[in-house]
Design a protein around this ligand. Structure first.
Ligand code: NAD
Length: 316
């Protein structure tokens, strides 16, 4: 299968690309090495992919580059992961988030349709559910009260794709990822940041110690995403990819400390604007249509993360 994968140098994109290469897919990857975190980290993410994928460095908003990419041969699917991904930073630069996440998604869908690409898989987020959706979150919940510009940008991306599916028949799977973790997780995300702090003996401020998250191991996310890539129908579908297991913040810190064999020093802080109280996925639909079943428990996933973390140069 010939695949266009945006965001290939990132956490999820690099794992997905490795799995695709291993099964024989022909992958063209785009990434602009956005400065949200250190370029060296992204270069390391790509280490096992060098020479095995066609890598194009550049911005999905660059019309000339994207024109060249689509002119290079017909793709069977576009997997669109490139985005500005942090929740809290989206409060500081909401317009940039809309530009990359909404306009970028629109441009890609438009190019895909013009080039006759039949299918697109989009990385959406549990953030679309905001703070007023009852748990477990279901894909048919309204999801029209996001609490961060990031969540709004992902919901807007879904709606644009829904419209383009209706008009042009582009098949779409929009995957709402629930807090993904594992080796190569973005450095600012909770599991990674807490591991770093505990390892260095620093005190962790728990912003919103009463909050809980549905943490999903990267291998489960990759399996669910590949199932969406391989779908052969012409529908528009939204799917939660989570773990369906709520973990409170102190519980997460405890699991990391145990995996590290260290004590965690914590102080309580207020819940941050843009953050939600809880996330918790209903997986009924993903199981029915994608055969999705998460397999990695939080203790095991955290242990695997810690093992990876300790093998990394601590420069980024
Ligand atoms: P990441 O930041 O590691 O990867 C995103 C990649 O996209 C980066 O390498 C970045 O350089 C690239 N990128 C950003 N803007 C670009 C642009 N304009 N042109 C080209 N490339 C660009 O993030 P991730 O954690 O791997 O997330 C991947 C996707 O999954 C994102 O769409 C994110 O919103 C979504 N998501 C992630 C999580 C999670 O827990 N990690 C949860 C929900 C949704």
């Amino acid at each position: 299968m010939r695949v266009l994968l945006t965001g290939i140098a990132g956490f999820i994109g690099s794992h997905l690309a490795e799995r695709m290469v291993a099964r024989g897919d022909d992958v063209v990857g785009i990434d602009n090495f956005d400065g949200f975190y250190d370029r060296r980290v992204k270069e390391r993410n790509l280490a096992a992919l060098r020479g095995k994928v066609e890598l194009r460095e550049g911005d999905i908003l660059d019309a000339e580059l994207m024109g060249q990419v689509f002119a290079g041969g017909r793709f069977d699917v576009v997997v669109h992961l490139a985005a500005l991904a942090g929740v809290r930073p989206s409060l500081k630069s909401p317009a940039r988030y809309q530009k990359v996440n909404v306009e970028g998604t629109t441009i890609l869908a438009d190019l895909a349709i013009r080039a006759g690409v039949p299918r697109m898989v989009f990385a959406s987020s549990s953030s679309v559910y905001g703070d007023s959706t009852p748990v477990p979150f279901r894909e048919d919940d309204r999801a029209d009260v996001p609490v961060s510009p990031y969540g709004a940008s992902k919901r807007a991306g879904e709606l644009v794709l829904r419209a383009m599916h209706g008009v042009h028949g582009l098949a779409v799977s929009s995957l709402r990822f629930f807090t993904v973790y594992g080796p190569r997780q973005r450095p600012e995300m909770a599991v990674h940041a807490f591991t770093r702090a505990i390892e260095r003996g620093e005190t962790i401020t728990l912003f919103g110690s009463g909050t809980s998250r549905d943490y999903t191991y990267i291998d489960d996310i990759v399996a669910g995403t590949l199932a969406a890539v391989d779908k052969r129908d012409e529908t528009f579908g939204i799917y939660n990819l989570g773990n369906s297991h709520a973990v409170a913040l102190p519980e997460l810190v405890g699991a990391i400390a145990r995996a590290l064999g260290r004590e965690a020093k914590t102080v309580a802080g207020p819940q941050q604007p843009g953050d939600v109280q809880q996330t918790f996925a209903s997986l009924e639909r993903a199981e029915r249509d994608l055969g999705y079943r998460p397999t990695v428990r939080i203790e095991d996933g955290v242990a695997r993360f810690v093992e990876w973390y300790r093998a990394q140069p601590q420069d980024g």
